[in-house]
Design a protein. Structure first.
Lengths: 274, 804
């Protein structure tokens, strides 16, 4: 549990952080809550040469009403997402999903931006924001750009963020009036999901995304298409794994994962429709 | 958690029986307690051990020169560099048969690595970071060999792990008890009902919250060595380190500071303890080592690891007529301190709490594999035996169409048969199995649940209710020394105690037990307070330092109270006897006329003639006016060898709901009725039961050391090895009956392992019960959602398949 040697610098602002990563190059890593990166470093599975600590960039921690969407600063802790009255009112699915991340200690330190930038398909918030059609804001040396959640996840722990870009904001469309549900299936409360499902329905629209059903969070577009065509929930849920490419691990075979995705999608849609 | 008090079962004035808060807890809860790694020593070098990444490989070369170039590194050694340090191989104290095969095992491997995690080289550095970095700079060349991770494959000798042994079989140990030759075979031939079941006891990782830690400090003159270690056996460790390293025993001192849990995993003599002492001696400076979590998963012993075949024969009424047991025990790569004896600790418990005639046929063959060595883990052999008989009992009851509780009642040893001489020749001290079962059934609401089950588990139901029952016996209070001799164990089973009344009448107790979370300081002070009529606050308990408590055999096998605690009570009697002589002398009365109560001697018939213990203690100290020939002290020492094991028992029950779509098991309610005889502190008893039940439940539902076919441990962090947290387990309802043990003056039996022994089969019986309507006969442990789902699917595909 002793990480390899690394240098440490603290950034006072997003601009400074981006400038620092420009100086230090590819082996530099941003440190936010540290709940994904530090365990990897302690096992020496990650050995960045420099950590750029953005934990004290206070102007990246906020949850704001931005008209048609809610804007969440990337450094907002899971606990603040979970307890936000604004989110509970307009995007209750996200507040609810944040409550299922890790355990209370993780939720007090871990950040929504860190979780999304880490791009772990087994994490709850990448898939949830994907289901919600969120937009992520990245800031780089040449300014900011918006990335649709659907274009963000490229592979296992890899995203379309450039090495010198910092994720600064998550924009989540308001979902007032939508039915929603989050299913997290695991063996212990604190664990990553074996399979998870985030789903919402409003009028003819729906969004369904799967946790831990491939190398990236998976948008189950086949399910939404089936629902849009008027399929029953049970029939639509049978399409749950059509867009997924699940892997086997200690907790689940591929076949069992596919089965779970169908069962949990059906349950999520039933709850979101009731 | 809910606690239901036993009512009217332990009526006893005095301190014994009170729910006193543990005096140990404030220091533990505030972080003030000092663990081995908290001890600051200037100038200590840090040890790091390079471990084989291969399960099985020849070591063709080790080059440590790269490590020596890392700043801060003082020395680096291969296994071959240190062979002159060892007077003998690492100890195995339990050669269970005369022809048991035991490969020589040294702290670092020299020619072959036999499991992933086997130490092959080490580094000493000024700090832990430099030591860790230097490991990456050691160049070891390996020639990888095939791993052996399956017990039946190991038995075949397809790949022999220890070339010099020529086989992977370590031993075969038999116990055949028949009242006439052929009795077992005849009973099976004549049986109205039989079952033959195969169960796997998966490997478990003990995962004590404090990993191991070692600090060896050579004293500057005279060759003395002090070893601090996170161990549960400082006394045994002292002897074994002295022998293995050729250090005169009187120059060796071992101290176990606060120890953060062990569960049997610190009942051992480990390579790192020997390395730290050897290198401290060699370099003349303190050497320390602290295990990280993944090292703990790989290099600290594992538990369980058995393939069990159990066959039951019963008559038309379901009464057991014979039992046959065949085990394969997984020793892992080497024999550690008591590795070979663990499966055999269960040999006497495969008939459980049932009245079995002399028709018992047990055989265990144990094999080497290329995995971490196994050894004692909470219950050690007894949970395995209980699991097998209690699962097989349910199978038999199901086959006969009899309610499993009713089936057990037909077979219980009747209360009036106690003390009961079992088929094995062992004498069970006391028991009331129907009493415990009846109480558990009431607390669970057994009959109501059965009714609810009938209406809930209908065709098409996806939430199925199951009820699980286990009635268990635990053999603990290890152990009568003569019985240990008959089992070839290399030590005795006694325990030592000293009770010393100081001049100001405060009392010091010196115990040979070595607590690591049990609460001995609280419990032992209560025994003394109760015996001597004083406050527990006036009693201090000294332990776990061989210079302060030189005599002892330490803490394991639920032995501390029924052996060590009884020794303390006996020492109190001796102190009171001596105090009585002083009081009689001072009061000018006959000793026989004195009564002792509430810390005061009174002359019978002369209530104004009294002398308190405090005054006697001071007289013993000044020695101004003692009876002729009486030594001026008020202290007594007792070394107590128990005449028998103690036999706690009980019934556990639970209700589960199984989601047949996902395979998820929800434990709705868990009831544990444990009878450990007289309870010294019911609060501590409840804590032991809660922890034990959760550990047993964890074997049933979550925990498993998983190896891939190349022998790599896939569960080496707490993300993969699923130790449950409080949020994962249900409220546990505890209840008790109290059937005192007649073999010791306190009437106590021990409670440390009972919860673990009862829980695993209770849970799995309930899961199988829930799914029986779907044709499921067994779900292997841990009953993960995937395994439950698989069991349902295979029952659907193959309705006549079972657990056979």
């Amino acid at each position: 549990v002793i990480p390899a040697a690394f240098d440490y610098v603290r950034a006072g602002s997003a601009e400074e952080a981006i400038s620092l990563v420009g100086q230090h190059g590819e082996d530099a890593k941003f440190l936010a809550g540290g709940h994904s990166l530090l365990p990897l470093m302690k096992l020496r599975l990650a050995q960045p040469s420099v950590l750029i600590d953005i934990g004290r960039v206070s102007d990246l921690s906020y949850i704001r009403d931005a008209g048609d969407h809610v804007a969440i600063g990337a450094l907002t802790r899971h606990m603040d997402v979970e307890n936000s009255d604004l989110l509970k009112q307009h995007v209750p699915l996200l507040a609810h999903a944040a409550h299922h991340v890790g355990d209370p200690q993780v939720r007090h330190r871990g950040t929504i931006g860190g979780s999304i930038a880490h791009a772990d398909p087994a994490s709850d918030l990448p898939a949830t924001t994907l289901a919600l059609g969120a937009t992520y804001v990245a800031q780089g040396p040449n300014g900011t750009r918006e990335i649709a959640a659907g274009d963000f996840y490229e592979g296992f722990l890899t995203s379309s963020l450039a090495a010198d870009e910092l994720l600064t904001e998550i924009r989540v469309p308001k979902m007032n009036g939508a039915g929603w549900n989050f299913q997290k299936f695991n063996r212990r409360a604190q664990d990553w999901a074996i399979v998870g499902v985030a789903a919402w329905r409003r009028n003819g629209d729906s969004g369904v995304a799967l946790v831990n059903m491939g190398s990236t969070p998976v948008l189950a577009t086949s399910v939404s298409s089936a629902l849009a065509r008027g399929a029953s929930i049970a029939d639509a849920a049978e399409q749950a794994a059509a867009d997924a490419d699940p892997q086997a691990d200690l907790n689940a075979s591929v076949e069992y994962r596919v089965h779970l995705a169908k069962v949990l999608t059906r349950r999520a849609l039933e709850a979101a429709s009731s | 958690m809910t606690v239901i008090e036993a009512t009217g079962t332990q009526e006893r004035p005095g301190v014994i029986g009170q729910r006193l808060l543990r005096r140990e807890d404030p220091a533990l809860l505030t972080g003030e307690a000092k663990f081995t790694n908290d001890i600051q020593v200037t100038g200590a070098l840090h040890l790091a051990v390079l471990r084989s990444p291969y399960a099985h490989a020849r070591i063709t070369s080790v080059d440590v020169s790269g490590a020596l170039a890392v700043p801060g590194v003082r020395a680096a050694y291969s296994g071959a560099d240190l062979t002159d340090q060892w007077s003998g191989p690492m100890p195995c104290a339990w050669p269970v048969t005369d022809d048991m095969k035991n490969p020589a095992h040294y702290p670092l491997a020299t020619s072959k690595a036999c499991y992933a995690g086997d130490g092959v080289a080490c580094v000493l550095a000024d700090n832990a970071t430099a030591a860790r970095d230097a490991l990456d700079a050691i160049d070891v060349q390996y020639e990888p060999l095939e791993a052996v991770i399956d017990l039946e494959d190991a038995l075949s000798d397809r790949v022999v792990i220890h070339d010099e042994l020529g086989t992977n079989t370590s031993y075969t140990w038999n116990l055949l008890v028949e009242d006439h030759e052929g009795a077992v075979d005849e009973a099976f031939a004549a049986a109205a009902h039989t079952v033959s079941e195969r169960y796997i006891q998966q490997r478990l990782i003990p995962m004590a919250m404090e990993p191991r830690a070692v600090l060896a400090m050579p004293q500057p003159f005279g060759g003395e060595m002090t070893l601090y270690s996170a161990t549960q056996i400082p006394h045994i460790l002292k002897v074994m380190v002295a022998l293995t390293l050729g250090i005169p025993e009187h120059q060796m001192r071992v101290i176990a500071p606060s120890v953060g849990g062990a569960f049997g995993s610190k009942l051992n003599v480990y390579a790192e303890e020997l390395l730290c002492v050897a290198l401290a001696r060699k370099h003349g400076v303190p050497v320390r080592w602290n295990e990280d979590r993944s090292e703990n998963a790989m290099a600290t012993i594992h538990g369980r690891g058995q393939v069990q075949r159990i066959e039951l024969a019963a008559d038309a009424d379901g009464k057991l007529t014979a039992i046959r047991v065949r085990l394969i025990g997984d020793m892992g790569a080497y024999l550690q301190l008591v590795t070979p004896g663990i499966p055999l600790l269960g040999a006497f418990l495969y008939a459980g709490v049932y009245d079995l005639p002399k028709a018992y046929d047990f055989s265990c063959t144990s094999v080497f594999t290329t995995m971490t060595p196994t050894d004692a883990y909470r219950g050690a052999g007894r949970p395995e035996a209980t699991y097998a008989i209690e699962r097989a009992t349910d199978s038999l009851a199901a086959k006969m169409g009899v309610d499993p509780l009713e089936h057990r009642r037909r077979n219980f040893i009747a209360t009036d048969k106690y003390p009961y001489e079992a088929y094995s020749g062992l004498v069970y001290d006391s028991g009331n199995h129907d009493g415990a079962a009846t109480k558990a059934a009431e607390m669970l609401g057994y009959d109501e649940l059965r009714a609810r089950q009938a209406s809930q588990n209908v065709e098409g139901s996806t939430k199925r209710l199951g009820v699980g029952v286990t009635s268990y016996f635990e053999m603990c209070g290890l152990a009568p020394s003569r019985v240990l001799a008959s089992l070839n164990y290399s030590a005795g089973g006694w325990e030592a105690a000293t009770v010393r009344v100081l001049p100001t009448s405060k009392v010091q107790v010196v115990t040979g037990s070595s607590p690591h979370g049990q609460g001995h300081e609280t419990a032992w002070s209560m025994i003394v307070a109760d015996k001597m009529g004083i406050s527990p606050d006036d009693v201090d308990v000294l332990h776990s330092d061989t210079a302060i408590a030189p005599l002892g055999l330490d803490t394991y096998g639920s032995r501390s109270l029924p052996v060590g605690g009884v020794a303390i009570a006996m020492a109190c009697d001796k102190v009171i006897d001596k105090a009585k002589q002083i009081a009689a002398h001072q009061l000018e009365a006959a000793a026989d006329d004195l009564e002792y109560a509430g810390g005061v001697f009174t002359v019978r018939g002369s209530p104004d003639k009294t002398m308190p213990l405090a005054a006697i203690a001071f007289e013993a100290f000044t020695a101004h006016n003692l009876p002729d020939g009486l030594e001026p002290n008020l202290e007594a020492q007792v070394t107590y060898d128990p005449p028998n094991f103690s036999w706690p028992f009980g019934t556990h029950m639970c209700a589960v709901e199984v989601d047949t779509e996902t395979g998820h098991v929800d434990v709705l309610k868990y009831v544990a009725v444990d009878d450990c005889g007289v309870q010294v502190n019911p609060l501590i008893v409840d804590g032991q039961v809660h922890g034990g039940v959760v550990q047993g439940m964890a074997q049933a539902l979550w925990e498993e050391a998983v190896y891939d076919t190349d022998g790599n441990l896939k569960t080496s962090t707490l993300a993969e090895y699923l130790v449950p947290a409080a949020s994962d387990v249900p409220s546990i309802t505890t209840g008790h009956t109290v059937t005192p043990s007649p073999t010791n003056q306190l009437g106590v039996k021990g409670i440390g392992e009972a919860g673990t022994i009862g829980a695993a089969s209770t849970i799995i019986n309930a899961v199988v019960d829930a799914l029986s309507g779907l044709g499921v006969h067994d779900v292997p442990m841990p009953a993960s959602p995937q395994r439950v789902w698989d069991a349902i699917n295979s029952a659907r595909i193959n309705p006549n398949g079972g657990s056979q």
